[in-house]
Design a protein around this ligand. Structure first.
Ligand SMILES: [Zn+2]
Length: 196
């Protein structure tokens, strides 16, 4: 099983920062994706980042192509994709929405649903549910390119809101980042364990 981790956005992606410009999403996504891959490898899993470029934004088309080339090589049952992000409720200014969410495509495989639910359970366990209403399924549906145009089980995590002051404090803290890495490790491994 190849575990692919996408750290969405690059330094040149417009917007994608907290209202006080103390937090940049492209950077945060890497601060989660890098230790996440390291921890999965340490535990004996085959994990890697699909985007190691930092200085420019690798297009969604290219990101999907990289994932799908692994799928072509290994088969769709032997690859999963988790795209790591942080959320914003608005376009500037502080907002009230808080918490973790995980997205699948509007038409998604049962495997994608179960991977998403496993990640949600690991986030909820760590007190990261937030203050919004959560779908009964515990995942959200949206046709983001990374989940819609990839041919393996694929989810996209939105790890709290960087335009909420309380969430931002968690996102910037070492403890908060550790929790977010850990929930991905646990959510991914618990899902993989159901396949055996
Ligand atoms: Zn994002």
């Amino acid at each position: 099983m190849k575990i692919l981790i996408d750290n969405g956005h690059g330094k040149t992606t417009p917007g994608k920062c907290s209202p006080d410009r103390s937090f940049f999403e492209w950077q945060f996504n890497r601060e989660i994706a890098i230790p996440l891959v390291e921890e999965l490898k340490r535990r004996g899993y085959d994990a890697e980042r699909i985007v190691t470029e930092d200085d420019y934004d690798v297009t969604l088309t290219e990101r999907c192509r990289r994932v799908n080339s692994w799928v072509a090589k290994l088969g769709r049952k032997n690859v999963i994709l988790v795209s790591v992000h942080a959320n914003a409720a608005g376009n500037g200014g502080w907002r009230t929405a808080r918490g973790f969410s995980v997205f699948v495509a509007k038409v998604a495989s049962d495997a994608s649903h179960r991977l998403a639910q496993s990640l949600y359970a690991a986030a909820d366990k760590r007190g990261l549910r937030g203050n919004r209403s959560v779908p009964k399924s515990h995942y959200w549906e949206a046709n983001f390119a990374m989940v819609k145009n990839t041919k393996c089980p694929a989810v996209l995590t939105e790890n709290l809101f960087y335009d909420n002051m309380k969430d931002l404090a968690i996102l910037k803290s070492e403890e908060g980042k550790r929790k977010i890495v850990d929930l991905h490790v646990e959510g991914i491994i618990n899902y993989l364990n159901t396949l055996q």
